[in-house]
Write a protein that binds this ligand. Sequence first.
Ligand SMILES: *Cc1c(COP(=O)(O)O)cnc(C)c1O
Length: 237
Amino acid sequence: MILVPPYDLWCMGTIAKAWNELRAEVPDHVSLVAVSKTKPNEAVVEAYGAGARMFGENRVQELVGKHENLTHHDSGRTDEFEGLEWHQIGTLQRNKVKYIAPFVHLIHAVDQPSLLDEINKRAASHGRKQNVLLQVHIAEEQSKFGFASAELPQLLEQLDGDRWPNVEALGLMGMATFTSDEAQVAREFSGLRKDFDAHGRQRNWTTLSMGMSGDWRIAVAEGSTMVRIGSSIFGQR
Ligand SMILES: *Cc1c(COP(=O)(O)O)cnc(C)c1O
């Protein structure tokens, strides 16, 4: 008979090992966001212990809960998670921005001007400047969100102006089509990299967020500076 141990025992060591192997393989200049969505606090703790500092979540409620449990509190005694950054990686609804506005380090998937209005307003109310990435639609699937590449010039003009003073755009984010056709995935990432270069050089952009467990190697080869990896670190969801 096989006994399945509780999650924390089951995973002891495997997450840290996966993190270490991945961190060794991903080039040093590429940031590695550990996507902990659906996984318990203990999984985050283990990855943090192995050296992970950026954690990605796609549901606001889960992000807020983990932040409350695990974040470094300056005034309190729980300083063991110093340096931990929370990243909102998935589609974000406008009415949820207020819950993450006090603390979220980077919002990856900004896909509408009205979302920027809300992020700007909430960031201002906390005296913060909110880091964001603009999501660009690069996949052939209808279901993936983001701005069209052709919409960027006008949007960036507004970002350079004074419409969103409490928003700081650091770069772009995109998700490739879910396909085994690696040439297609490479083409899509390459197109995003061209947009990043075309608009980012004069703006000193730092961050091109592209690549997940299944396609990060292709993304890095095409110039990604930040990969978002879940299942290869934490196991299947
Ligand atoms: C879940 C998710 C990831 C990570 O996916 P894996 O395939 O588990 O690595 C990356 N980016 C976004 C936007 C996600 O929602």
